[in-house]
Design a protein around this ligand. Sequence first.
Ligand SMILES: C[S@@+](CC[C@H](N)C(=O)[O-])C[C@H]1O[C@@H](n2cnc3c(N)ncnc32)[C@H](O)[C@@H]1O
Length: 279
Amino acid sequence: MPTIKTLLAHATKTLFSHSDSPLLDAEVLLGFVLGKPRTYLRAWCDNTLTDQQLSTFETLIKQRQKGTPIAYLTGTREFWSRDFTVTPDVLIPRPDTELLIELSLDLIPKDKAVNLIDLGTGSGIIAVTLAAERPNALVTAVDASLAALEIAQHNTRRHQLTNVEFYQSDWFTNVPKSLFDLVISNPPYIDSDDEHLQQGDVRFEPKTALIAKDQGLSDIQIIADKARNYLNPAGHLLIEHGYNQAPQVQAIFNALAYDKVQSYQDLSGQPRVTYGRKP
Ligand SMILES: C[S@@+](CC[C@H](N)C(=O)[O-])C[C@H]1O[C@@H](n2cnc3c(N)ncnc32)[C@H](O)[C@@H]1O
């Protein structure tokens, strides 16, 4: 029976031309199969696996070789220091989206009972994180996909939150009429011809979570337009977008007469989120 060390060396070689991080992928998948952290693999590198564990690991490595994202293989991804369940029905949480959280938290006083809405909640990372970080907030989470909403609800239970409400809706269409202090969205914003759709993890993610018409701007346009009817006076709108879309998104916000329109940079220095305040 091969040892952990031998298995990792072999799997790393197998994944070499299929992944940018073959050793890390092999370690994450083996840790997942064993239910152990990666440090265990180093400490117990001469241990062997059961037949069942070996067979599961080999299946996962084959799926990874075909490109299946690690997050879909392990069913989990960390975001803002919490673990979230993910399936192929939802977008895989991105570190870029932590900028939306940072900006939102700056806008929400800790002790105030604010009303906020996350449009296109997917796995629920934004709604759940804000509901957990701001327990006095009432969070509305919306998605057009029922399968995504089920994952978001599961993640809300997983983190034992009771301040999130869910609606299956085409943006605001089925949301009961009310006024929000903050409208947040990471909507689909990729053009259908974008070459990134043929690369890496993105190939396996739901197209409905990624693609929007009009060079990727159609959903941003709809959300920014409709949000004006759902925002309190001086309410805040924050939308994540592509690294090269800030000028167009600012133009959309300005044409709709939002105040204080400004874009913010993500960790890699790209303008990633645009802000506007309802006059
Ligand atoms: C880019 S994903 C964002 C998921 C999650 N908020 C995140 O940041 O990881 C966009 C989400 O918008 C949802 N969506 C797409 N079109 C929609 C629509 N017309 N109305 C509501 N949700 C929509 C998709 O199902 C998907 O879950």
